[in-house]
Design a protein around this ligand. Structure first.
Ligand code: AMP
Ligand code: ZN
Length: 120
């Protein structure tokens, strides 16, 4: 699937919804999260619609590498490459996934909390 009509992130990737874009190329878009959970909170998505990591196959290996290398580059641009950062992706109800277009949260710019069970 390439473009899903009622998908928020397909619309952002297509420029049909406004966003603060930090990086884009023919395969990937990176933009600021609208409700930042850290000083820097960037979402990195493939342009192509994939619902979550649960739908990935081995074929997406190069795309995933591109996403991680893009994250390195963005971390350098934001000057957080030395202080450190985190990449997170949610899949399914227990993770709290709210937008069903694969996205990686890139978080940094301050000390991050631990993660795991809710409320800890
Ligand atoms: P998740 O819970 O992993 O599905 O994360 C969805 C993320 O998308 C949340 O961090 C939201 O703050 C973010 N978000 C929702 N709508 C927008 C938007 N229009 N522009 C930027 N980020 C958004
Ligand atoms: Zn989509």
């Amino acid at each position: 699937m390439d473009f899903v009509e009622d998908c928020l992130f397909c619309k952002i990737a297509a420029g049909q919804l406004p966003s603060k874009i930090l990086y884009q190329d023919q395969d990937i878009v990176a933009f600021a999260d609208i409700h930042p959970q850290a000083q820097h909170h960037v979402l990195i998505i493939p342009r192509r619609h994939i619902s979550s990591m649960a739908d990935l196959t081995i074929e997406e290996g190069p795309l995933l590498t591109q996403i991680f290398v893009t994250a390195q580059q963005i971390a350098q641009d934001l000057n957080i490459d030395q202080t450190g950062y985190r990449m997170v992706t949610n899949a399914g109800p227990h993770s709290g996934q709210a937008v069903f277009h694969l996205h990686f949260h890139l978080l940094g710019g301050e000390q991050l909390g631990s993660f795991g069970r809710a409320g800890r």
